[in-house]
Design a protein. Structure first.
Length: 137
């Protein structure tokens, strides 16, 4: 066999050989390290952003409920759906917390409280979001 034909045969074989198992394992290891880094760096920020979003939405709902109470005599307590129906809240606004649970409005004679059970979706736990925040805490 002449030299140019042998060289062409070697080149054709090397382009067809594909990837080895070691190369695949190295790529998987690198991807695992990158995903672990993203998990450690991004997830706490994401959870903090969810809490901040829920707190901001609860403040807006509380303001809307206070406006509604002022225009309706102040003794009744509206629901979130009633605020949307009476156009105190835009129908495109988010009326659920970031975890998919509807906000709860509670009224006393002189105050309105909006709450969410928080990330664990259980009321009365440490991670509950309450606006305004309870006194002393």
């Amino acid at each position: 066999m002449n030299k140019p034909a042998a060289f062409a045969t070697r080149v054709a074989r090397s382009t067809q050989r594909g990837v080895t198992l070691i190369e695949v394992l190295i790529v998987v290891a690198i991807m695992s390290l990158i995903s672990a880094g993203v998990t450690v760096a991004v997830l706490p920020k994401f959870r903090g952003a969810q809490v901040d979003t829920a707190t901001g939405n609860a403040r807006e709902i509380r303001n809307s409920a206070n406006r509604w109470r002022a225009s309706h005599g102040g003794s009744d307590c509206p629901t979130v759906s009633q605020l949307v129906q009476d156009k105190e809240i835009d129908s495109a606004s988010k009326t659920d917390d970031p975890w998919g649970v509807p906000f709860k409005i509670q009224c006393t004679e002189d105050d309105t409280t909006v709450s969410s059970p928080g990330p664990d979706k259980k009321e009365g736990t440490k991670d509950d979001i309450v606006v305004p925040s309870p006194k002393g805490g």
